[in-house]
Design a protein around this ligand. Structure first.
Ligand code: CO
Length: 291
């Protein structure tokens, strides 16, 4: 990795860390979900950076991929476990970081994903396998009495690429990718009181373009125009603004030009916590960009 690229990872990381910390402190019982999401996203743009994906705010058994819809009337409630996953990019170099805010009585659940992340980060160096990191994550979560979510993983990052090798599991697996100096990736342990697996809900708010195909319908063309500058990175249905765009978006999904990401949830009534950092492997360890 050359110095110019490292510089951009560090810059987006520093900004993401500051905004995540500030925003997490602003979650209160009774505050509007939509207003919070929009104010955080505006903060990223006002700093001259761009979002790597819509701000994910996922409640309770929802682990990931929820964000505000237009006119979303939800408010944060007493007892909520609020996952807050922020992606910032500068020229496509991504900082992906998450934390959990507890509006109930779930300190140990939050500690489980937090300590799993910190222990995994301490183990990162060239030659270590992704499977070894998964074992560390699993152990930290299970010894506190919770389950890691087995079908969610950390992921490698590249310019305008949110998911590539290495995949960092949240459970022990044999082997996995061998870490090398210069790799950029996110580690994101999820701890749950539920089954340890997520499934898809019907709610879909986040999409990304997955193919380049000619589009004739004017409203669909208008959507394509709006999402062009995402360069394949995820966007929110809310960002399209107009209700007419919803139908166009569904058409584009049917044509497999865009892909929708349903909300991912563990079993009803369960609670999920998440912590995430982005890091770059160095000769003898790693640099965490999102501290
Ligand atoms: Co991530």
């Amino acid at each position: 990795m050359n110095d110019g690229i490292l510089e951009k990872y560090l810059e987006s990381g520093k900004l993401a860390a500051a905004i995540l910390k500030e925003s997490a402190q602003e979650i209160r019982v009774g505050r509007s979900y939509l207003e919070l999401v929009e104010s955080v996203e505006a903060r990223v743009r006002n700093e001259g950076a761009a979002l790597a994906f819509p701000l994910n705010v996922s409640l309770n058994e929802d682990a990931a991929h929820d964000t505000a819809s237009t006119g979303d009337e939800r408010v944060f409630a007493k007892g909520d476990v609020v996952k807050f996953d922020l992606g910032v990019q500068i020229d496509g170099y991504i900082a992906d970081t998450a934390t959990t805010v507890d509006l109930g009585n779930n300190a140990l659940l939050l500690e489980a994903s937090h300590e799993a992340l910190e222990a995994a980060i301490r183990a990162v160096r060239p030659g270590v396998t992704a499977g070894e990191l998964g074992a560390i994550v699993q152990n930290e979560i299970e010894r506190r009495g919770y389950r890691p979510i087995a079908n969610l993983t950390g992921h490698g990052l590249d310019q305008y690429v949110l998911h590539k090798d290495p995949t960092i599991p949240n459970i022990a697996i044999n082997d996995g990718t061998v870490l090398e100096e210069g790799m950029a990736f996110a580690i994101e342990p999820f701890a749950t009181t539920g089954s340890g697996r997520v499934g898809e809900k019907t709610r879909v708010e986040i999409y990304s373009q997955i193919a380049e195909k000619p589009v004739r319908i004017p409203s669909a063309r208008a959507v394509m125009e709006q999402i062009r500058d995402r360069q394949g990175l995820p966007f929110s249905r809310r960002w399209l603004g107009d209700k007419k765009m919803d139908l166009a978006l569904l058409g584009l999904a049917r044509s497999q030009i865009v892909h929708g990401y349903p909300v991912l949830a563990d079993i009803p009534g369960s609670l999920v916590s998440q912590h995430e950092h982005t890091l770059i492997v160095t000769a003898d360890g790693c640099i965490v960009t999102t501290r």
